[in-house]
Design a protein around this ligand. Structure first.
Ligand code: 3PG
Ligand code: MG
Length: 399
């Protein structure tokens, strides 16, 4: 089995051919203004798009944004993304108001060689995410009709068995884009023989999202540092009260088992920042992890924990980080995420940052992106890759 790449496609010659590119342009938008708050995912797909433009292809880009429910929903329109993509490419991007309707058809037909079109949000159509093969297939037929070849550069979505990721490539000559190749190349270093010590830092809100990856990583890593909202379920499993912090009660027993089996590899916070409310201006204090007052909510890891995590990262040779350590969007609760990010950046290690939130945190905290070996565009996708799962979007590219 083999996967052909963008270079193979360029080698065939694409001038005048219509090339469908699945991108992951699912960027965070400001809730009030709708403005794009982090364009990292748009930038990440530029190398593939530019190569196709320069080679004279008619480039048809499609993507999802957010989780609309299978019908048009203006707050999830890709229109602002088309504008930003055009700025970054230095050429206008023709935006289709629908995905497979009249607007999409005439937009694709009107493309000249070397021009780029972006179709409206794929998830405005039920067929995109349907579990029903026939429904997905019917939508994929319509999408595939817009292209002579298919390039997958949507690494952030390769873990989804969706029409644009899984069914369209079955209908066309298929190729992996530059971003997908780079992501897989980097992540495969982590699943191969990582240089040791190999330290993984996990945060984010839910243990249930991370359970499988924790299970998969425990035998492989030297240290596993856990912060973010998910740490409270572990603290509860250690017998501590967590006040009104995020808690997945049904996961407490599982976390207890993991701690028992971890052979001391799991490090949890020893202090946390607790607040009166989930608000940027809420009164807050640092308390020991075993002294969280009832009614207060833990929103960040404390300074002793930051120092402990930094020490655990200092001699690491390989680091994977997924998930913020606290509510970094609020300045008062961003210290944990910043402290850990800085410790990771300082380490003389091969570092991979995975997940939209951690990547956005690196950028929004003004940290130097180049201090990190690789910032993945995939959150769920990179976790599932590390779990060793078959990723539908990658499997679909095989010949
Ligand atoms: C993401 O941001 O996680 C990817 O774009 C995939 O989106 P999804 O989780 O809504 O499928
Ligand atoms: Mg996701």
């Amino acid at each position: 089995m083999s996967i052909r790449t963008l270079d193979d496609l360029l080698g065939e010659g694409v001038s005048g051919r219509r090339v469908l590119v699945r991108a992951d342009l699912n960027v965070p938008l400001d809730k009030q203004t709708g403005a794009i708050t982090d364009d990292g995912r748009i930038r990440a797909v530029l190398p593939t798009l530019k190569a196709l433009v320069e080679a004279g292809a008619k480039v048809v880009v499609f993507s999802h944004l957010g989780r609309p429910k299978g019908a048009p929903d203006p707050q999830f329109s890709l229109r602002p993304v088309a504008g930003r993509l055009g700025e970054l490419l230095g050429a206008p991007v023709h935006f289709a108001e629908d995905t497979v309707g009249d607007s999409a058809r005439s937009t694709v037909e009107g493309l000249a060689d070397g021009q780029v079109a972006l179709l409206e949000n794929l998830r405005f159509n039920k067929g995109e995410t349907s579990k029903d093969e026939a429904e997905r297939g019917a939508f994929a037929d319509q999408l595939a009709a817009f292209g002579d070849a298919y390039v997958d550069d949507a690494f952030g979505a390769v873990h989804r068995k969706h029409a644009s990721v899984y069914d369209v490539p079955a209908r066309l000559p298929r190729f992996a884009g530059r971003l997908v190749l780079r992501e897989v190349e980097v992540l495969s270093k982590l699943t191969g023989e990582p240089e040791r010590p190999y330290v993984v830092v996990l945060g984010g809100s839910k243990v249930s999202d991370k359970l499988a990856v924790i299970e998969a990583l425990l035998p492989t890593v030297d240290r596993l540092l856990i912060g973010g909202g998910m740490c409270f379920t572990f603290l509860k499993a250690q017998g501590h009260e967590v006040g009104s912090s995020l808690l997945e009660q049904e996961m407490v027993e599982t976390c207890g088992n993991l701690l028992e089996r971890s052979g001391g590899k799991i490090m949890l916070p020893v202090d946390v920042v607790v607040a009166d409310a989930f608000a940027p201006d809420a009164a807050h204090d640092t308390v020991p992890a075993d002294g969280i007052p009832s009614k207060r909510v833990g929103l960040d890891i404390g300074p002793k924990t930051i120092a402990g995590f930094a020490a655990a990262l200092k001699d690491a040779r390989t680091i994977f980080w997924n998930g913020p350590m606290g509510v970094f969007e609020m300045a008062a609760f961003a210290h944990g995420t910043r402290g850990v990010a800085e410790a990771i950046a300082k380490a003389d290690a091969f570092t991979v940052v995975g997940g939209g939130d951690s990547a956005a945190a690196v950028r929004s905290l003004g940290l130097d992106e180049s201090a990190f070996g690789h910032i993945s565009t995939g959150g769920g996708a990179s976790l599932e890759y590390l779990e060793g799962k078959t990723l539908p979007g990658i499997a679909a590219l095989e010949n």
